[in-house]
Design a protein around this ligand. Structure first.
Ligand code: ATP
Ligand code: LTN
Length: 334
C-alpha cells in the first residue's frame, strides 16, 4: 500500500535517546521527517521519558538527549520550519498520559508486541516496570497533545498508533470531540531495514555493533560492516528475485543513492558480491559524511543546540497546554 506524501497536515514523531542511532532510524524515520517538514506543520521530539522505561545509565542520559537532538538537526530537520524539543520539557505529556489512561482498556495494552519483546529481553521480572507497560499511553499523549494528523514511523510502531487512535475515539465518545484522530505514515521501501547479520530481524541498536550501521560510524567501520554483512547463495541483484539478505542491501543502496531499481540492477548484473558491497559502502559513506560533519560541529559546542531546544520547548508548551486545558475541562476537572 503506497501512501501519498502528506501536505498541509500536522506531523509529530519522536525517537528515544537510548543509544546509537542507526541507518534504520535514519531511513525509516529522520529522513522522512526532513521531507515532511516542507509542506506540513511538524514537531519532532526527543522522547526521553520513553527511554527511562527500561534500565538505563542516568549519567549518560543528558548526553544522549543532546546527541539525538543534534542528529535531527544534522540530518536536515530545520528548526526554522519544525518544532524540535525534548519530551520532559513539556509537562503536559505525562499529565495527559494519566488522563488518557482512564479511558484506556487494560486488555488493549496487554496486546502490545513491543512490550512483550522488550520485557522478554530484560534480565529479571523486577526490571519490567509499570512504565514499560504503560509506555503506549504516553506515546498516545505525545501524539494527541498536538492535534496531530500524521505520524511518520517505521512499521514496528503501527500497533502503538492504532492504540492512540482507539484512545482518541474512546475519549471523544465519552467526553466530546476534543482529540484529533492521527494516522501512521510508513514510507514503503524503507519501512523495515533489516539486520546486517540476520535479514529476518529488523536492524536494531539492541542486537550488537555488527548488526547495524550507526550514523556516527567512520568510513572504515562502514566498509568493514558491509563487507561482512550476510548475503544469499547466488549473486543475483534483483529487487524481486534476490533472497532477503540481498534485497535488504539493495533497499539500503536505493535509499541512499536515490537511484531507480532498474539502474541499480543493471549496474551490478553479472558482478559478484564484492563489487556490490564496495559500491554500497561508498554510497553510504557519501550520504552520511555531510551529516557527520554537521553533527560534530553541533556537539562540539552545545550552546546553539540548547537554544534551539529551549525555543522548541516554548512553542510546544503553547500547543500542548491548550489541548490539556480542553481535556481537563471536558473531563470535569476544576
Ligand atoms: P530497539 O533497540 O528498541 O529495537 P530501535 O533501534 O528499533 O530500538 P527505536 O527507537 O525503537 O529504535 O525506533 C525509532 C524509530 O526508528 C521508529 O520510528 C522506528 O520505527 C524506526 N526504526 C527503527 N528501526 C528501524 C528499522 N530497522 N527500519 C526502519 N525503521 C526503523
Ligand atoms: N515508541 C516510539 C518512539 C515514540 C514515538 C512517539 C514515535 C514515542 N512517542 C510519538 C512517534 C510518535 C519508538 O519506540 N520508536
Amino acid at each position: 500500500m503506497a501512501q501519498n506524501l502528506p501536505s498541509n497536515k500536522t506531523i509529530f514523531s519522536g525517537l528515544q535517546p537510548s543509544g546509537n542511532l542507526h541507518i534504520g532510524n535514519y531511513l525509516g524515520a529522520i529522513k522522512q521527517w526532513v521531507r515532511l517538514q516542507e509542506n506540513n506543520t511538524a514537531l519532532f521530539c526527543v522522547v526521553d521519558q520513553h527511554a527511562i522505561t527500561v534500565p538505563y545509565e542516568p549519567k549518560e542520559l543528558q548526553n544522549r538527549i543532546l546527541d539525538a537532538a543534534a542528529m535531527y538537526l544534522a540530518a536536515g530537520v530545520n528548526p526554522e520550519k519544525s518544532i524540535i524539543f525534548v519530551q520532559s520539557h513539556v509537562a503536559a505529556h505525562t499529565e495527559l498520559a494519566w488522563l488518557l489512561s482512564t479511558v484506556t482498556p487494560y486488555g488493549n495494552v496487554t496486546r502490545m508486541t513491543q512490550f512483550k519483546d522488550k520485557s522478554k529481553k530484560l534480565s529479571s521480572k523486577d526490571a519490567i516496570s509499570l512504565a514499560l507497560f504503560s509506555y503506549p499511553v504516553l506515546m498516545a499523549a505525545d501524539i494527541l497533545l498536538y492535534n496531530t494528523n500524521v505520524v511518520p514511523v517505521g512499521e514496528d510502531q503501527v500497533q502503538h498508533i492504532e492504540l492512540a487512535r482507539d484512545i482518541a475515539e474512546r475519549f471523544n465518545k465519552q467526553y466530546g470531540p476534543v482529540l484529533t484522530m492521527p494516522e501512521a505514515y510508513i514510507p514503503q521501501e524503507t519501512a523495515r531495514i533489516m539486520s546486517l547479520t540476520d535479514p529476518k530481524k529488523k536492524m536494531s541498536k539492541s542486537d550488537g555493533e555488527k548488526t547495524y550501521i550507526a550514523l556516527t560510524d567512520t568510513a572504515e567501520v562502514i566498509r568493514k560492516k558491509i563487507a561482512s554483512a550476510v548475503t544469499d547463495t547466488d549473486p543475483i541483484f534483483s529487487f524481486k528475485k534476490s533472497g532477503p539478505a540481498v534485497q535488504n542491501l539493495l533497499a539500503i543502496y536505493k535509499a541512499f543513492s536515490e537511484k531507480e531499481d532498474q539502474d541499480i540492477e543493471k549496474a551490478f548484473e553479472g558482478k559478484g558480491y564484492k563489487d556490490f558491497k564496495e559500491s554500497l559502502a561508498e554510497v553510504i559513506i557519501t550520504a552520511l559524511s555531510p551529516i557527520q560533519e554537521k553533527y560534530k560541529t553541533l556537539r562540539e559546542d552545545d550552546t546553539d543546540l540548547r537554544f534551539t531546544l529551549g525555543r522548541g520547548m516554548h512553542r510546544a508548551q503553547q500547543i500542548a497546554n491548550s489541548t490539556l486545558h480542553q481535556v481537563k475541562e471536558v473531563m470535569g476537572l476544576l
